[in-house]
Design a protein around this ligand. Structure first.
Ligand SMILES: [Zn+2]
Length: 100
């Protein structure tokens, strides 16, 4: 988890234009403490290809599963999001928090 946090902070230290096309930003709110957290999802490494026999919404090509930890409490937020071929969101689920 420590390395994850380090990566997280490094991401915010970079100029916002840095590989912007490669990132999808998702803003969530922690259910426990209300902290608002912005997450950068990397198309090249965070996404998994969805295959037809997976239990996925029709039309989805990629999916992402991510655990998010804020800095104010230890509540883990779980994201599951499905995207189409153009990385548009088809469906999204969240546990431990809410989408902004
Ligand atoms: Zn929190």
């Amino acid at each position: 988890m420590a390395s994850f946090l380090k990566k997280f902070k490094n991401f915010f230290a970079q100029p916002s234009s840095y590989q912007a096309d490669n990132f999808i930003r998702i803003a969530v709110k922690c259910k426990r403490c209300g902290e608002e957290i912005s997450v950068g999802l990397r198309k090249t490494s965070d996404f998994s290809r969805v295959y037809e026999d997976d239990e996925a919404p029709s039309g989805s090509s990629f999916m992402i599963r991510k655990e998010i930890l804020g800095s104010k409490c230890n509540n883990l937020i779980y994201l599951t999001i499905f995207f189409d071929e153009s990385f548009r969101i088809i469906s999204k689920e969240i546990e431990g928090g809410e989408f902004l």
